[in-house]
Design a protein around this ligand. Structure first.
Ligand code: GNR
Ligand code: NI
Length: 170
């Protein structure tokens, strides 16, 4: 396993649409494991392949509380089949927008179909933090960041700070 560098916004790769994987092979499984290692090291509760520069529709998630056994999920080609009409607000962060947090409103619950690490088609219904995280990760596969759900004013404020930070670090 290996940890991978995480892209920080603004980065053109974070705005691109990722492509479905044709099948879940060794290469995909290796990427899932490296993404999990990268996510745990960060630490984070989810990671999407475009954040490590790979434009494949692959995400990993683990929302288990500290002190509980790990509960990693590996999802290829995830699709939202259903979302609740009821909305919920939660404070979101993103490893690609370090140190920025904002309240985002999304459907409270979702049903997601995906291919697991063996290539088998599965469905999960989620609410709470898992529902938020799945939607946040699937957004990444379509080049959407949590700031895209905020007002232009809030988004621009965060993006300007990140741009400035990049210049300082460069
Ligand atoms: O680690 C993460 N925490 C988080 C908190 C609230 C809502 C979404 C997330 S996902 C984020 C990791 C990340 O950037 N995934 O793309
Ligand atoms: Ni993110």
């Amino acid at each position: 396993m290996a940890t991978l560098p995480i892209l920080i916004a603004p980065d053109p790769l974070l705005k691109r649409k990722a492509q479905p994987v044709e099948r879940v092979d060794e290469h995909v499984r290796k990427l899932m494991e490296d993404m999990l290692e990268t996510m745990y090291a960060a630490p984070g509760i989810g990671l999407a392949a475009p954040q490590v520069g790979v434009l494949d529709r692959i995400i990993v998630v683990d929302v288990a509380d500290k002190g509980e056994p790990p509960a990693p999920l590996r999802l290829a080609n995830p699709e939202i089949l259903w979302f609740s009409e009821e909305l919920a607000q939660s404070n979101e962060g993103c490893l690609s927008l370090p140190e920025h947090y904002a309240d985002v409103v999304r459907p409270r619950a979702v049903r997601v179909r995906y291919l697991d690490e063996t290539g088998e088609s599965r469905e999960i219904e989620a609410d709470g933090l898992l529902a938020t995280c799945l939607q946040h990760e699937i957004d990444h596969l379509d080049g959407v960041l949590f700031v895209d759900h905020l007002s232009m004013l809030k988004r621009n404020m965060i993006m300007r700070k990140l741009q400035k930070q990049k210049k300082v670090n460069a």
